[in-house]
Design a protein around this ligand. Sequence first.
Ligand SMILES: [Zn+2]
Length: 56
Amino acid sequence: MKCPNCHTREMVIIEMVVSGERVALHSCSSCDLRWWESRDGMLTLSGVLDLATVGR
Ligand SMILES: [Zn+2]
């Protein structure tokens, strides 16, 4: 796994479960790019928020 922006491998990955869906927040230490991934692929922040608000 490398940063798609600057290609460093120095990233912080925080995994969590949102509404039963496992998602991972990737945060690049080098260029500060952040993105979310689920098993379906890359998520936008609004996609994660949609997951988080379902069932509330
Ligand atoms: Zn980067």
